[in-house]
Design a protein around this ligand. Sequence first.
Ligand code: HEM
Ligand code: NAG
Ligand code: NAG
Ligand code: NAG
Ligand code: NAG
Length: 497
Amino acid sequence: MLSPLLIIFAALLLATLTWLKTRWQNQTFATAHGCLPAPRYQQPETILGVQNVVEAARAWKANTWLEMWYHRFTTIGPTFQASSLGRTTIFTIDPENVKAVLATKFKHFDLGPRRMKILGPLTGPGIFTNDGTSWEHSRSLVRPTFTKVQPDRRSGSVEADLQPLFFRLTLDSATELLLGRSFGSLLSPPGSNALRFMHAFDYAQCRIHVHGLRESPALRPFAWIQSLFAAKKKSKFDEACETVHRTLDGSLPSSSREEKEAPGGKEKYVFLHEIANETRDPLQLRHETLNLLLAGRDTTAALLSNTFFVLARRPDIWARLRSEIDQTFEGSIPDYDGLRTVKYIRNLLNESLRLYPVVPWNSRIATENTTLPHGGGPDGRSPVFVRAGQLVNYHLWSMHRMPEHFGPDSHVFNPDRWDDSTLRPGWACIPFNGGPPICVGQQYALTQAAYVVVRLVQQFESIECHDASTPWSEHVGLVTSSRTGTKVSLRPRNMPR
Ligand code: HEM
Ligand SMILES: *[C@@H]1O[C@H](CO)[C@@H](O)[C@H](O)[C@H]1NC(C)=O
Ligand SMILES: *[C@@H]1O[C@H](CO)[C@@H](O)[C@H](O)[C@H]1NC(C)=O
Ligand SMILES: *[C@@H]1O[C@H](CO)[C@@H](O)[C@H](O)[C@H]1NC(C)=O
Ligand SMILES: *[C@@H]1O[C@H](CO)[C@@H](O)[C@H](O)[C@H]1NC(C)=O
């Protein structure tokens, strides 16, 4: 006869033995690799780590989430561990660790299923959500387009808040690049297909985290409760995804060969044409296209709105741009090669991406027991053990602000710092990520942003704002942009076009 007491005792014994075994395995691996523990974020309890989540949620609500992280890194150290909802995560802004995760130990880290679970309902699987061989395949499909493309030629228009205009502009240029035909949202009336698509795409994106919360390990056990209620009625999120899919499917040409020649005979690079040899499966075309739209549209718009937020407050930079741009282009429309010759524009965009990285943090999950080179021990110079399945978060926002990488004026917006030949940030400044998964659209985005800067400088005498004392504040979604938009007044020039 087994007494209940004995069963409880046996269970406890088994749990303890399992724990000891893991601990022993942990220690053997850590010792073999010279690892020491990284400092811990001081939490009242680390089993659930509730306080951590509450604090982060508060900061999020107060729009000080990025600053909260900066504060943690500067007080605890560049690499530390913290618990949230039962998981211990490693947080780092050490460039060597970031390099390990993205490049030297690339094979030891993955996106894991999380990104696909969160973004999947909107985009389906593709370059941005896949891991392993599926990712390699998507990457080889997508990359050729970006080694050849030149951005289109289109200019912005005058209005009070530039931010929503930039988001329309990049929707239009991205659809032109991906589908061969721009949605033309800048010029579309309310109620048009283009705007319906845009609103659905924006809505799905801003709800995607809430929707994705269901997939968080802490809440997953309760998902069935939600499904009892959700099954009956389609959510607004599902409807938005459907609108996106329907509109996009309607824009996929029945024959991807049409429209290969742009007017004037110059070949236009269109993503759909480039991959037509590889696949004509409508579902795959939709998924790869939406992956690119998601990766490329809001990012470029956020870069532009952050940059113009600063320009409206820095007449000195505007004046400098004006003199360089007038000298180089003499009022004519810039071309691809011309844009690359104005180093000051690149410095400006570099500085914008340094202080306002539009992807301010990122993460990977260890696929095997591995190590990060830095962060362990009292001096932080020893490697740190990362167990298979553990999450490593890296925070560009904080890393890009560290005086040890950018000098004592690291918080100052100064494009000229990029002229200093001793400034070699390497892995300390990676707004486009690095290693094998580096952004494929980097050149495209920088060229397009430079083009918009040049055209606006050519059109307008000055740019000002009415709230110069208001500092930039965060709006952290899938990308990070100015929460208060980019409200400016632009005074036209009297220059012949
Ligand atoms: C200022 C503009 C942009 C910034 C700051 C930016 C930043 C990034 C970052 C940080 C990643 C890495 C994501 C990760 O692996 O976790 C990434 C990946 C990617 N970006 Fe960009 N991006 C920009 C513009 C674009 C544009 C215009 C396109 C295409 C039209 C694009 C396409 C992609 C794609 C496809 C990936 C996934 C690459 C892969 O996983 O192999 N991006 N980008
Ligand atoms: C083993 O190491 C991981 C990663 O550092 C840690 O989260 C876990 O608590 C450790 N387990 C034991 C039993 O020491
Ligand atoms: C990683 O190490 C843990 C103990 O530290 C062990 O239980 C687990 O099997 C290892 N996982 C892999 C994928 O090697
Ligand atoms: C597609 O295939 C045709 C014929 O096989 C080839 O001539 C063409 O260059 C290919 N196009 C691309 C973009 O690979
Ligand atoms: C811009 O920054 C990157 C690193 O983020 C650097 O490699 C590049 O040289 C910089 N460009 C200019 C023009 O300073």
